[in-house]
Design a protein around this ligand. Structure first.
Ligand code: KG4
Ligand code: ZN
Length: 339
């Protein structure tokens, strides 16, 4: 019998502020995963400056790709396809990765696979949970998206719940700014919360009557800002670790019960998480213990696989490759691409 050939994919990710490239074997084995972060640069401005992000991607991308190939001990001739994020994200940032991927695909005569960024985040689960196969429920919590998704099959998604306003990561970043932690907010709130009391403040958890799986974060964000302003006006010192921990508790309260309820409603006993906020330690612990209680299998990529990286894009690209879902050399960046 002919032995099945390994599929090696070079994946590129440049949708926001990380320039990343990875070589992934058969969708689940990471041979290299190089990430050049621009965080230090954008911290100066308190958030991602799109024009600066695009320029930095251009400066870094060739080196990042070469490093990914070198670390994997492969050359372009060894590859089977090029995978690239083509949306959603910042259009100028996406274009750098897309143009680079098209140029390499054309020059090396390799097929091109355009990948949805959120499909990449979800597929990060396949890398470290080798046994994980659809169907499963995925809670997607990133800087731009908050979704509850039924992953019906590879590449087949049904979005059951979505945010009505801010994404969870946006709420983390705004609250972090308000308590003076700066950018990027999520990891700083996570760290500070460890020394705070989550019951110090009662921040509201939004429930949307006609859409039980939808999310809303503008209320909790305003509540935090009001609390801080009131304290300031009254000259009362406020413990920012308590604010951070209480805010985080509200985020957990708004996501964990919904994710568990959807598992029960769909009769699916596997729950995965995805996106930058999925690296939050308190959220991971809360999901793990809720899943343990309910007999649901909980899958979580390690924190570095939750935030933006190219290995996850390589995992998603592999399943598209198997389905012959290739992109033409006219692939364009689509900043508001839907899943
Ligand atoms: O998925 P991601 O890396 O980029 C997008 O696709 O948006 O998510 C970035 C978001 C940011 O809002 C960041 O503050 C948040 O993820 N984040 C966290 C943590 N690490 C990153 N939020 C809470 N806790 C963390 N440990
Ligand atoms: Zn992302």
């Amino acid at each position: 019998m002919e032995e099945k050939k390994d599929v090696l994919i070079l994946a590129i990710e440049s949708s926001c502020d990380e320039t990343a490239a990875a070589v992934v074997k058969n969708g689940r084995e990471v041979l290299s995963n190089v990430i050049s972060s621009q965080i230090a640069l954008h911290t100066l401005y308190g958030g991602v400056v799109p024009e600066i992000a695009s320029r930095k991607h251009i400066e870094k991308i060739n080196y990042v790709i070469q490093e990914a190939l070198d670390q994997a001990h492969v050359t372009l001739e060894d590859l089977d396809a090029i995978g690239v994020t083509y949306g959603p994200g910042l259009v100028g940032a996406l274009l750098v990765g897309v143009a680079e991927a098209k140029a390499i695909a054309y020059a090396a005569k390799l097929p091109l696979v355009g990948v949805h960024h959120i499909e990449g985040h979800i597929s990060a689960n396949y890398i470290e949970n080798k046994e994980l196969e659809p169907p499963f429920i995925c809670l997607v919590v990133s800087g731009g998206h908050t979704h509850l998704v039924v992953v019906k099959d590879y590449g087949k998604y049904e979005i059951i719940g979505r945010t009505r306003d801010d994404a969870a990561g946006e709420a983390f970043d705004k609250v972090a700014r308000a308590i003076g932690l700066g950018y990027p907010g999520g990891p700083k709130v996570d760290k500070l919360s460890k020394s705070g009391n989550p019951d110090a403040f009662d921040f509201p958890i939004a429930h949307i009557a006609d859409a039980p799986f939808d999310f809303s974060y503008s209320g909790v964000k305003s509540a935090v800002l009001n609390q801080l302003n009131t304290a300031k006006m009254n000259g009362v010192e406020i413990n920012s670790a308590d604010v951070a921990a209480s805010f985080q508790k509200a985020i957990i309260g708004s996501t964990v019960p919904k994710a568990i309820a959807l598992c029960k409603e769909k009769n699916i006993n596997k729950l995965a998480i995805a996106g930058g906020v999925a690296s939050n330690s308190a959220l991971r612990e809360a999901l793990q213990s809720a899943c343990d209680k309910e007999g649901i299998q909980f899958c979580s990529p390690s924190p570095v696989m939750c935030t933006d990286n190219a290995a996850m894009i390589g995992a998603a690209a592999y399943y598209k490759y198997l389905n012959n879902e290739f992109s033409g050399l006219d692939l364009n960046a689509i900043p508001n691409l839907s899943l």
